[in-house]
Design a protein around this ligand. Structure first.
Ligand code: PHE
Length: 343
């Protein structure tokens, strides 16, 4: 066979293969085309290769070289079609980025927010003290946020300037009254919801968001988180309250923490205290607490002659800030990844 004839056949094969591969739309069609042109037994390339034997001896080097080039061009036409059908970069490219022989280190693409981490840890600590977790809605009515908590109508805590009131709605219990809805200003609402549904003994915590129209500064934010604790039984005393809060503080902040109670007032506890802990040379307020007021026990249908209990409410951000040396509460809600990536 004349050299030119052989070369023409190769050139023709390339253009035939290229147009066939580029017309394929599915893996199956592509595979069929691959077998047709590159098949090891009866592929068209193979048939043309056989013709090389009849090319003149002195033309063989050029014929062989051109044949190899032809094979490469057909193979790359196949690769191009394959990548197009697999969608974007094929496995080949991904494989070059992943080297399984390198020493292993996984990389994290996200982190749990420090407040969520704190909440999980507080749940864990209180869980070990026998407290289970309860939840309540963030949109509350004034019964759960105020009335049942012994907060009278004219109490300053109910001032529209101190709360995010939302709307009034028809009372559900068929009464004629309307109820005011608001974003809850404290997690003490959950105490009421749990006691309404459950008979004593009770030992729960509740963690969640609360809302107050405060101007944001280093220590205030219009939304923050509280952990509420409630324990009700036949013989719960102030000593139990102090033991639980001390265990809680030492578990979260360290064994060297001491706590103290200062007399205070909350409508829903009597007596009421402000709990402080001493840490790093100063007294730090960490929340309110007290013995559940008999009026509250009555409001949920308990007999104050039979059961007693304590309640406490602490700020989650404040605990987390002390633990990590964070000086501005607003850092939690800026979503600056450079801040968040530290936890
Ligand atoms: N609810 C009170 C507050 O938000 C804290 C508190 C909870 C006080 C339970 C006493 C008992 O300030």
């Amino acid at each position: 066979m004349a050299l030119q004839e052989f070369l023409d056949q190769l050139e023709q094969l390339v253009s035939e293969a290229e147009s066939t591969f580029s017309a394929t739309e599915s893996t199956d069609a592509l595979e069929e085309a691959r077998v047709e042109f590159l098949g090891a037994k009866n592929g068209k390339l193979k048939s043309v290769q056989k013709l090389m034997g009849s090319v003149d001896k002195e033309d063989k080097p050029l014929a062989g070289k051109t044949f190899n080039e032809t094979k490469g061009r057909i193979e790359s036409a196949f690769e191009t079609a394959n990548e197009r059908i697999q969608g974007g970069a094929g496995d080949a490219e991904r494989d070059t980025q992943f080297d399984p022989s390198l020493p292993g280190a996984s990389f994290k693409i996200g982190r749990i927010h420090p407040i969520t981490q704190t909440i999980e840890e507080l749940k864990d600590i209180m869980g070990r003290l026998g407290f289970s977790t309860a939840d309540g809605p963030e949109i509350e009515d004034d019964w759960h946020n105020f009335v049942a908590l012994n907060i009278p109508d004219d109490h300053p805590a109910r001032d529209p300037l101190e709360n995010f009131y939302l709307a009034t709605a028809e009372a559900s219990s068929g009464e004629k009254n309307q109820v005011n809805l608001l974003l809850r200003s404290q997690t003490s609402t959950v105490q009421i919801r749990v006691m309404e549904k459950t008979k004593p003994p009770i030992r729960i915590i509740s963690l969640g968001r609360v809302y107050r129209p405060d101007t944001a500064d280093a220590t205030h934010y219009p939304m923050f988180h509280q952990i509420e604790g409630l324990m009700i039984d036949t013989n719960v005393t102030m000593a139990d309250l102090k033991s639980v809060l001390r265990l809680f503080a030492t578990s979260y902040l360290g064994d060297d923490v001491t706590i103290r109670f200062r007399p205070s007032f909350f409508p829903f506890t009597e007596p009421s205290v402000e709990a402080d802990y001493y840490w790093n040379g100063q007294w730090i307020e960490f929340g309110g607490a007290g013995m559940v007021d008999p009026n509250v026990l009555q409001a949920v249908g308990y007999d104050p002659e039979e059961v007693t209990g304590f309640a406490f409410g602490l700020g989650v951000e404040r605990l987390c800030m002390r633990r990590h040396g964070i000086t501005d509460i607003r850092e939690f809600y800026k979503n600056d990844v450079r801040f968040l990536a530290q936890f």
